[in-house]
Design a protein around this ligand. Sequence first.
Ligand SMILES: C[S@@+](CC[C@H](N)C(=O)[O-])C[C@H]1O[C@@H](n2cnc3c(N)ncnc32)[C@H](O)[C@@H]1O
Length: 233
Amino acid sequence: MAASDSKTLLKSDAVYKYILETSVYPREHECMRELRLLTAQHPWSIMASSPDETQFIGMLLKILNARNTLEIGVFTGYSLLATALALPSDGKIIAVDKNREYYEIGSPIIEKAGMTHKVDFREGSALAILNELVAEEKNEGNFDFAFIDADKVNYLNYHERVLKLLRIGGIIAYDNTLWSGFVVASPDEPLSEKDRELAHATREFNKAIAADPRVEVSHLSIADGLTLCRRIA
Ligand SMILES: C[S@@+](CC[C@H](N)C(=O)[O-])C[C@H]1O[C@@H](n2cnc3c(N)ncnc32)[C@H](O)[C@@H]1O
């Protein structure tokens, strides 16, 4: 995969290819490779996380000793499989997507990887399912990690709910927080209506997160921008 075919904001195709070929592909789990190649054939393949990003998330989960996680936005399950592979055998992921058909594309590969028992897939609107989770007292502070990768205009709504579910010291990772670099687009730049709306929502989200005293923040330029929020209060 060259930089030009992917979401990376790295300027050099050659450097991105070098990273993938040197440090990512040689260590990639065979089922991650299979799911990546299968997803690449989908007309919406651009929605999947990049291989360097899923590798990073896998390591982060291990550093955290994560056991209970949440994923908002599953698509074919590429980041979900990376998460499942990084969790211990009794780890659990509540994985939410409004479209079960997408998840079913990748679920045979998740099964083949022996990871199905870790996945609790819930079909529906992320906001409704987060509200249900928050309403159950046993979920308060019960999650070590959340990956938020759907419905960007609702990120701040998700943030309020996920903070209630996350333990102190747990991490929320928000994807696409640089929105193809359009967060710095000038008002006269010829963007589509959708990109203009999402760039605006992303800027508002980034501003709010930077000022939120309940979390520490690290804004990474990996893939399309990944913001880590570590809950401290
Ligand atoms: C960017 S894709 C997720 C990609 C996946 N995390 C990966 O890395 O392969 C976003 C997904 O979110 C789902 N989605 C969008 N809006 C949603 C909503 N409001 N509630 C639940 N799922 C939603 C879409 O169906 C889509 O599968």
